[in-house]
Design a protein around this ligand. Structure first.
Ligand SMILES: CC(C)(COP(=O)(O)OP(=O)(O)OC[C@H]1O[C@@H](n2cnc3c(N)ncnc32)[C@H](O)[C@@H]1OP(=O)(O)O)[C@@H](O)C(=O)NCCC(=O)NCCS
Length: 191
C-alpha cells in the first residue's frame, strides 16, 4: 500500500517517492532533463535550447502552478534522491481539460516506474478532488498506451495532436472516485 505523506503532497511506493515540484528540485531536475535529453528528443521531441537556458525561470512558473492549485506537477525521486521521472497532471481546476503526462529516465525504462508514477499521481489527484483525467498518446508509443491501460484509462478515439507534433494521437480518460485505489497489476521488479 502506498503511504500518505504530509499535506497530501507526497505519495510513496517501495521504489520511488512522488513529490510535487519545488524550487529545491532544481538541480536534480535539470540533471534528469540534461542526461535524458537525447532519449526524450527521440521519443517525444526536444524541449529546445531555450528551455535549458531559462531552466530556473521555467521551474518557478511550474512551482507557482502547483502553489495556486491549477496543476499537480510531480517528480519521482529514487532512494538515492535522484529524479528518475516526471508525472504531471495539468489543468486540474477544469475537468474537461485535465491532462496527464509522464517521462522516465532512459536508465530505468521498463521497470514499472511510469506505472507507479501514474498510479501515485492519480491517487494524489483524487485526494485533491479531481474526478476526471485525460491523456493523449501518439500512435507509435505502445509503452505509454500500455501504462495508461494498466492504470485503468480507457481509449476515447482520435485526439488532437499537441502543439508542434504532426503524429496521430489517441485520447484516453479515467474517472476517479473519492476513494481511488488504482489497479496494482502484477508485482514488478524495481531492482
Ligand atoms: C512511456 C514511458 C513513460 C514508459 O515508462 P516506463 O517506466 O518504462 O513504463 P513501465 O515500465 O511502467 O511500463 C511500460 C509498459 O509498456 C510495455 N512496453 C514497453 N515497450 C513496448 C512496446 N514496444 N510494445 C508494447 N509494449 C511495450 C512494457 O512491457 C510495460 O508493460 P508491462 O508492465 O505490462 O510489462 C517511457 O518509455 C518514456 O519516458 N518515454 C518517453 C516519454 C513518453 O513517451 N512519455 C509519454 C507521453 S504520452
Amino acid at each position: 500500500m502506498p503511504r500518505r505523506g504530509s499535506g497530501n503532497q507526497i505519495r510513496t511506493d517501495d521504489s520511488v517517492r512522488l513529490e510535487l515540484l519545488s524550487s529545491g528540485h532544481a538541480r536534480q531536475l535539470e540533471r534528469f532533463e540534461l542526461n535524458n535529453r537525447d532519449f526524450f528528443a527521440s521519443r517525444i521531441g526536444d524541449r529546445g535550447d531555450d528551455y535549458f537556458a531559462h531552466f530556473d525561470e521555467r521551474l518557478a512558473e511550474l512551482v507557482e502552478e502547483n502553489r495556486v492549485g491549477t496543476s499537480l506537477l510531480g517528480v519521482l525521486v529514487d532512494p538515492r534522491e535522484e529524479v528518475v521521472a516526471r508525472v504531471n497532471i495539468t489543468d486540474i481546476h477544469q475537468s474537461d481539460s485535465t491532462e496527464i503526462g509522464s517521462r522516465v529516465a532512459k536508465s530505468v525504462q521498463g521497470r514499472g516506474i511510469a506505472r507507479t508514477g501514474v498510479r501515485l499521481a492519480l491517487e494524489l489527484a483524487a485526494a485533491h478532488g479531481v474526478r476526471v483525467v485525460h491523456a493523449r498518446v501518439a500512435a507509435d508509443n505502445p509503452a505509454s498506451r500500455r501504462v495508461l491501460k494498466v492504470c485503468g484509462f480507457e481509449a476515447t478515439g482520435p485526439a488532437p495532436s499537441p502543439d508542434g507534433s504532426s503524429r496521430a494521437f489517441t485520447g484516453y480518460v479515467i474517472r476517479l472516485g473519492a476513494e481511488t485505489e488504482m489497479p496494482r497489476g502484477e508485482a514488478k521488479d524495481h531492482s
